[in-house]
Design a protein around this ligand. Structure first.
Ligand SMILES: O=C(O)C1=C[C@@H](OP(=O)(O)O)[C@@H](O)[C@H](O)C1
Ligand SMILES: C=C(OP(=O)(O)O)C(=O)O
Length: 471
């Protein structure tokens, strides 16, 4: 086994033999007393990888995904599409984070069970696609997945004439019986619990015989950039989705083209690394930051200055300068911010707010109760367990300044709860996570990248990704 010592400005976990510093998932988040200077490359976007996998399976010809994410959520998507008949093979590529993927579509066959794990993109994107298969398809997932809202997916398929068998609670597990075609037409849904209900239908709608006119009837609609991402991904494959008014989308019946597509780095997973510069001071740079993107992580460029960060771009490298940082003697302001566009950024930004010296109110995130765990309850319980003063609002969280101390932190199977603990642990010694392996959902290399960011020595072995539990 080689020992990898972080000495350069950039860290590539596929460069060396590695062994993660995790033992059955227990992890003490490292505390840092000085500023950092780090440049990182991050693996591909979960949301883009799983959309492109779905669209490649629905396409009329082969596709290549370059720099795709390899994580538990994408492995679940690949397994599910393969079990429905799609050919997906790993091919060599010029990639730092795993092989490229070649996808050859085929007609979908049923008679299979799909394990959604805890992946919202699998449980909401695949049922409309599976309705195009011939035969029964069953959907289930982790115990925690059985608490995530699925009623809108189930009801919308029934409204489209798909034969769905469920127990009426609007949850996993359920089965559907595909006939090989879906007529399509007009459907009204309430997508206030998740934008993924909209994206899931839009992605498969070009394959419906009559296309789809989809109307959202609920009061609010979270995560609008993720719907834009779906529309953008369809447009790149020749399908013109129109939105004649807010909350209404029309999708023509059309061919979805095969595509050679390079996946952008995951900008939401950049959040904890960029926030680290604000907490410990110094600079954190992320390479290959896209010039334009539909990823909501790009909102960090407007959000992080609220906490005093300076952001610059040099070519495709984005840098956050945290100055002296909180641990260098600075203080963090409280903020009032609406995160309805980007709920997946909330756990990291709530963690940052828990270190602030003024009160903060973070709203627009009521739907996070239906994420990997009830994130509002989880953040209240874990931050308050460290001495914090967080209260739950109807639509968010309020934080009063309060000194934090060492303690245990439960991750609830939620990768972003682990990211949140890592942020707090930068400034608060001995924050002990019960299971950091949850990071495998979207960023299996999180611990190594975090150590590299902080300039710590890491020993790593090639088998580390399986130790982190996603393969
Ligand atoms: O479509 C997607 O890829 C996603 C949409 C969002 O879901 P919600 O609208 O349920 O928050 C986001 O939080 C999730 O991480 C990924
Ligand atoms: C909500 C999230 O994931 P999912 O795609 O499972 O909904 C998330 O990654 O923050």
């Amino acid at each position: 086994m080689q020992v990898f010592r972080y000495s350069g400005p950039e860290f590539n976990p596929y460069d060396s033999d590695r062994e993660p510093e995790v033992d059955e998932g227990f992890w003490v988040a490292p505390t840092i007393t000085g500023p950092v200077t780090a440049t990182l490359s991050l693996p591909g976007s979960k949301s883009l990888t799983n959309r492109e996998l779905v669209l490649s399976a629905l396409a009329t010809g082969p596709s290549i995904l370059r720099l795709p994410l390899h994580s538990r959520d994408t492995a679940l998507m690949i397994d599910a599409l393969k079990s429905l008949g799609t050919s997906i093979t790993e091919v060599e590529g010029d990639e730092p984070f795993g092989p490229d993927l070649e996808i050859v579509p085929a007609s979908f066959s049923g008679g299979t069970s799909i394990d959604c794990g805890l992946a919202g993109t699998v449980m909401r994107f695949l049922p409309p696609l599976a309705a195009l298969a011939t035969g029964p398809v069953t959907f289930d997932g982790d115990e925690a997945a059985r608490h995530r809202p699925m009623k809108t997916t189930i009801d919308s398929l029934k409204a489209l004439g798909v034969d769905v068998s469920d127990d009426g609670r609007g949850l996993l597990p359920f089965s559907l019986y595909g006939t090989g075609e879906v007529a399509g037409g007009e459907v009204a849904i309430d997508a206030s619990a998740s934008s993924q209900f909209v994206s899931g239908l839009l992605l498969s709608a070009p394959r419906f015989t009559n296309g789809l006119t989809l109307r959202h009837t609920g009061e609010k609609l979270p995560s609008l950039p993720h719907i834009e991402m779906t529309i953008d991904a369809l447009a790149a494959r020749g399908v013109a989705v129109e939105s004649p008014e807010p909350g209404v989308w029309t999708v023509p019946a059309d061919d979805i083209a095969g595509r050679d597509v390079t996946i952008e780095p995951d900008l939401s997973n950049a959040a904890p690394f960029l926030i680290a510069a604000i907490v410990v001071g110094g600079t954190v740079s992320i390479k290959h930051w896209p010039a334009t993107t539909t990823q909501v992580g790009a909102d960090l460029i407007e959000l992080l200055p609220l906490w005093g960060a300076k952001i610059t771009r040099d070519g495709d490298t984005l840098t956050v300068d945290g100055g002296d940082g909180l641990v260098g003697g600075g203080s963090l302001p409280g903020v009032d911010v609406d995160l309805s566009r980007g709920g997946e950024l909330a756990p990291a930004l709530v963690a940052l707010s828990a270190l602030a010296s003024g009160p903060s109110t973070i709203t627009g995130i009521g739907h996070l109760r239906g994420h990997e765990t009830d994130r509002l309850a989880a953040l209240v319980a874990e931050i308050n367990g460290l001495g914090g003063a967080v209260t739950e609002l109807d639509d968010g969280l309020h934080l009063e300044p309060s000194p934090l101390h060492a303690g245990q932190w439960k991750t609830y199977g939620d990768h972003r709860m682990a990211h949140a603990a890592a942020i707090i642990g930068l400034a608060v010694p001995n924050v002990e996570l019960d299971d950091v392996r949850v990071v495998s959902k979207t960023l299996p290399q999180f611990v190594e990248l975090w150590d590299a960011l902080l300039g710590r020595t890491v020993t790593v072995s090639p088998a580390d990704t399986s130790l982190l539990g996603f393969l």
